[in-house]
Every structure is written in structure tokens, then in C-alpha cells.
Design a protein around this ligand. Structure first.
Ligand SMILES: C[S@@+](CC[C@H](N)C(=O)[O-])C[C@H]1O[C@@H](n2cnc3c(N)ncnc32)[C@H](O)[C@@H]1O
Length: 579
């Protein structure tokens, strides 16, 4: 069946002017679909698709004359869905469908993107980025379909009323219901109406998995405009392939810059894409993908983003256009080479997107900087030591949580069978995400260690206090716990230790010379409103201690809170001297 379709497609392509190099043949491979193989060694093979075989928005004029330039990609999806599922009598569409029939017939009936996975398969991606975002992505595709269909003339909307009605409820609906009503028909290929949502979703995935940028053949088009290139789109992805895309007289030319040995796959290069993007848009993953990355979306309030953009240019909040491997991603249509756009708040409305790359530790730096910024206390800058150390802890904490959440997810649904290939894809994707997260955590531990050792003399630990402040250990501590001998005194944490130590130093006015800098700060920070935490500390720990002033507890707590950070590895609090 697949062989027949393939044969018809290649013959049709050749008859209509598609040029293929001598010495290639196409085969069908399980889970990969069609592949182009060399039968002999070829240098710099070229594939040329003539302009009249390019499926572009120029066909829309004939079928959907009222389409708008801004939604040409969406109308193209409807056009391709119509070519596949129509069988209608409209003369214009009949002509195009007939012209491209072998191409449309050879398109995969399902692209294995998680957008079409069943609820049990979907569960395999729980707590991953894809798992967390797929509902939102489905909603976006649904909205695109809903908006586009409103503009299509001459269709009987009563036939899709039940699907249209999901417009109001899709965000709240149970995934199983969405799957049964809107997605399953693609898998079973049953009774699909060309303007229904399942037809649009199928077509959407055809475009995410095989469209090319139109600007290669049309320099004046919108940058996000896409086209389909029959036969050339049979080439699979290999990130090692060195290829050149160009145009001559409106034709699209692919040139491979390598010499390909015999019996080797001739491939295209879809860009430096990680498995998240490959799985979401194309339905496959690459084992040991060197371009794999973990995306972290940090949601910040608009006022904070505005402040950062205005006051902290060094933080360099990234935008999608900063990530070059998105160059051909047309999905949001917002990408631009215009650097000024980086100052536009709308770029960050869904959060600030960071990527931690597999092989570049430097990719952690922008995140570390932002986390430092988010940790600053009054009077600090994000380059100060304390917010840097606290930011690092917070980032590490966030990554560790991601790891914990992603581990050991057992699918709980049993109604739907899991396809082996999808299970495989989810495992490769998750394993690699975990690997990147774990190696980033190790890298953070490494950075933390070196920062701590480089800044030793700016960090005050409980151990150092005990070693240097004999008066406190010998007398003052006992005064805080009257009636108890040293062995009976239990101090729960190093944080509590520091609060008690400072209370004691304040009460006795007894800072030793090398801790005088703390005394200086405390003098400035008098007259603070008493906090609940200070009251609790006072009543729980110091209720039996005579002469302790609540104000001093408050000052001490406030000082430790704002001048320390706590290591997650050991739960050890350290006082930091930023100066
Ligand atoms: C542009 S098409 C390539 C032709 C495709 N094999 C076909 O049968 O039509 C992209 C699709 O090919 C498959 N594919 C491409 N590169 C692949 C790879 N390196 N490993 C596995 N599947 C791949 C995926 O199914 C993807 O959605």
C-alpha cells in the first residue's frame, strides 16, 4: 500500500518536473516513513521542485478568495485538509486536488505528535514540558481552526455544530472527552469532514512536520509564510547534514554539500532542534541529540519585566528571536530579526523562555543572573554575592523539583493501548530531559562550591562563630537558656543559631572586632516594625529568658533573613558580607 503510494508520487513528481539526482531510491521504513537512499556514491546531490508544484498561498486565491494575508498559513491548512478529505464538487478545489492527488495520498495519515496521543500515552509525558503544555497547544490549534472556519464561505456549519460548541468549554473539558470527540477520528480515519477540527489538526501537523519557509522562493512574503514541497519533503532530518536551500526563478532547490556514500540515507537538515520541538512538531525524537535542551519558562509580572528591561540591560531577557534554531518555526508568526523587539513586553506575555542546552554550561548563566535578580533584598544589586548565592539555591531548587516531578510516573489510564513507538519517544525525550536537568544541577553544585571557596572570607558560618566568639559560647549562650546546661541546649538550625547569637550580641553589646561590620548594619536597621516571625521566635524559643527585648529579636531576625542564604544541600545558613 505504502509502496504503491510512494511509486505514484515519485512518478508524478518526475513527470511534472521535479529533478532528483541519479542514484537515489525511496523506501518505506517502519516508524520513519519514507526515506531517500543512495544506490551509489553521489557528490552534492540536488533536488529541484519547480514553482508549479509548490503548494503555496497562491492556490488560496482560487478556493478561498476572501482569505487574508495574515491568516494565509491557516487557510493553507484548510486547503490541504480539503484536498485530502473533500471529495466535493467545487470546480476550483477539484482541479487542485487532481493536480496534487499523488502527493496528498502519500502524506502520512497520522503524525505522531503528542497532540494526537491518546490519554494513556499522554500520561507518559506527565510533568514534562510537553505534558504541561500540550493542552494549551491544542487550545491554540482549536482557536486557529475556529477563527479560520468562521471565514470560510459556503460550508454547512450545522454539521460541525458540536465541535464548534467546544469553543467555550475546551479549556475545562476532560482530556478523554476532547480526545474521543476531536482527535480519535484522525487515528481511525472515520468520516472526517474537510472543515472539521480533526481534519484541521491533521493538516496542522502535516505543516508543522514538513512545511518549508516561503521566503526562500519569495523574498517579499511575510517571514512566517510556509509552503509545501512535494517529494523534497520526503527527506528525513539529520542535524549533521550540510544543506543549502535556494531559489531560481521561483523553483526551490535543495543542495546537499556533502558526498554521500552508496546505501546511505540522503537527508535534509531541519535545524538545530531538540527533542521537545521534534516530538511536538514532527512526532519523532533523536537518541543522544546534541541539540537537546530543557526549556524553562519563568513567569514574571509585567511591572517587573518592564523594570528589568529598563534598568537591567545586562540581564538580557531572551526572546524567541534570540534562539536561532527557531529560524524556520512559523508557529507564532512573531519572530523577527529586529533586535528592538526585545524590549517589547508582549514578547514575554507567556513567560520568559530560557533553554538549558545539553553541551553548553554557559546556557545556565542568563538563568543564574535572573534568579540572582529575583533574590535581591533592599540595598543589593544582583551582582552582589548574597543574591547570587541565594539565586543559585533557588534555581537549583526549581531544577530539582522538575526532576522529582518527572520521575516515576506510572500511566494510570488503561482504556487505551500505548503504541510502542510513542512509548519509545516518550522515554527518549524524558531520559534526555532528566539527563540535562541532572547535569545542570551538578554544574550548579560545582559553581556553588567554587563561589563559596572563592568568597570564604565574606561568609560567616556557625562553625566560624563558635571558633572565634569564645564569650558567646562560654557565657552568653547559657544566659539565653537559664537553668539549662550546655548539653541540654538544643538549637534547631543554623538560622536559629545566628538569630540567637545576634540577639545576644545586641543585648550584651559584645561584637568582637571582626564582626563589628554586623553591628554597623544593625545600628542603621533599628526601628523596624515587629514581624509575626519575630513574635513567634520570641515566644517559642525565648519565653523563659529574662531581659530579652522583642525589638532585639526582631532586629536579629530581620538581619539574618536579609543578610544570609541557606544551602539546600546541607540546610546550612551562612551570613554574607556583600562588601
Ligand atoms: C518532512 S517529513 C519526511 C518524510 C517522511 N519520512 C514521510 O514519510 O513522509 C518529516 C517526518 O519524517 C519523519 N522523520 C524525519 N526525520 C526523522 C528521523 N531522523 N527519525 C525518525 N523519523 C524522522 C517524522 O515522522 C517526521 O514527521
Amino acid at each position: 500500500m505504502e509502496d504503491t503510494k510512494l511509486h505514484s508520487l515519485i512518478e508524478w513528481g518526475k513527470q511534472n518536473g521535479i529533478q532528483l539526482p541519479d542514484g537515489v531510491e525511496f523506501i518505506h521504513v517502519k516508524n520513519k516513513g519514507f526515506c531517500c537512499m543512495t544506490t551509489k556514491e553521489i557528490s552534492n546531490p540536488i533536488v529541484n521542485v519547480p514553482s508549479n508544484l509548490i503548494i503555496s498561498k497562491r492556490y488560496l486565491d482560487e478556493v478561498f478568495p476572501n482569505y487574508n494575508e495574515n491568516d494565509s498559513n491557516s487557510f493553507l491548512k484548510v486547503l490541504v485538509a480539503r484536498m485530502r478529505y473533500a471529495g466535493d464538487d467545487d470546480e476550483a478545489i477539484k482541479k487542485i486536488s487532481e493536480k496534487f492527488e499523488p502527493y496528498i495520498k502519500a502524506l502520512p495519515s497520522v503524525v505522531d505528535s503528542p497532540l494526537v496521543w491518546n490519554p494513556t500515552e499522554f500520561k507518559l509525558l506527565d510533568s514534562t514540558n510537553i505534558g504541561n503544555s500540550i493542552r494549551e497547544k491544542l487550545n491554540i490549534v482549536f482557536k486557529e481552526w475556529f477563527d479560520t472556519i468562521q471565514k470560510v464561505e459556503g460550508i454547512d456549519k450545522t454539521k460541525i455544530l458540536s465541535q464548534l460548541s467546544y469553543h467555550e468549554t475546551i479549556e475545562e473539558l476532560d482530556y478523554e472527552e476532547i480526545y474521543e470527540k476531536l482527535i480519535l477520528p484522525i487515528e481511525t480515519s472515520s468520516d472526517i469532514l474537510w472543515y472539521s477540527f480533526p481534519a484541521f489538526l491533521w493538516s496542522h501537523l502535516i505543516f508543522t512536520s514538513r512545511a518549508f519557509p516561503e521566503y526562500i522562493v519569495n523574498k517579499t512574503c511575510k517571514q512566517n509564510s510556509v509552503i509545501l514541497l512535494p517529494v523534497l519533503d520526503l527527506l528525513n532530518h539529520d542535524y549533521d547534514s550540510v544543506v543549502e536551500w535556494s531559489s531560481d526563478n521561483g523553483d526551490f532547490q535543495y543542495k546537499n554539500m556533502n558526498t554521500i556514500p552508496a546505501n546511505t540515507e540522503l537527508t535534509n537538515n531541519y535545524g538545530r532542534k531538540g527533542n521537545e520541538e521534534l516530538l511536538s512538531g514532527y512526532g519523532f525524537v533523536i537518541e543522544n541529540n546534541i541539540y537537546d535542551s530543557v526549556a524553562l519558562k519563568i513567569k514574571l509580572q509585567d511591572t517587573l519585566i518592564t523594570k528589568i528591561l529598563k534598568e537591567e540591560p545586562m540581564l538580557q531577557l531572551p526572546t524567541i528571536s534570540n534562539y536561532t534554531w527557531f529560524a524556520f518555526d512559523y508557529s507564532n508568526g512573531n519572530e523577527s530579526n529586529n533586535k528592538e523587539i526585545a524590549n517589547d513586553l508582549s514578547e514575554y506575555k507567556d513567560g520568559v523562555l530560557f533553554f538549558i542546552n545539553k553541551h553548553t554550561d554557559a546556557s545556565l548563566n542568563p538563568l543564574l543572573n535572573l534568579f540572582s535578580y529575583l533574590s535581591i533584598h533592599k540595598g543589593e544589586t544582583w551582582q552582589d554575592l548574597r543574591p547570587q548565592l541565594e539565586g543559585l539555591q533557588n534555581l537549583r531548587n526549581a531544577l530539582e523539583h522538575k526532576v522529582i516531578n518527572m520521575k516515576d510516573i506510572e500511566p494510570s489510564h488503561s482504556k487505551y493501548a500505548i503504541k510502542t513507538y510513542r512509548q519509545y519517544c516518550s522515554e527518549i525525550y524524558k531520559t534526555s530531559q532528566l539527563e540535562i536537568l541532572k547535569s545542570s544541577i551538578s554544574e550548579l553544585k560545582h559553581i556553588e562550591k567554587s563561589w563559596i571557596s572563592e568568597s570564604k572570607n565574606k561568609l560567616l558560618t556557625m562553625k566560624k562563630v563558635m571558633k572565634s566568639d569564645n564569650k558567646f559560647i562560654d557565657d552568653e549562650i547559657a544566659n539565653l537558656f537559664p537553668g539549662k546546661n550546655q548539653e541540654e541546649v538544643v538549637i534547631e538550625s543554623s538560622f536559629d543559631f545566628f538569630v540567637l547569637w545576634i540577639i545576644s550580641k545586641l543585648q550584651n553589646n559584645s561584637f568582637i572586632e571582626k564582626h563589628k561590620w554586623i553591628d554597623e548594619i544593625l545600628k542603621i536597621e533599628q526601628c523596624l516594625p515587629i514581624t509575626e516571625d519575630a513574635r513567634d521566635f520570641f515566644s517559642i524559643i525565648l519565653s523563659n529568658t529574662p531581659n530579652v527585648k522583642l525589638e532585639n529579636v526582631n532586629i536579629a531576625m530581620n538581619f539574618v533573613e536579609s543578610h544570609s542564604f541557606t544551602r539546600i544541600s546541607s540546610d546550612e545558613t551562612m551570613i554574607v558580607n556583600n562588601n
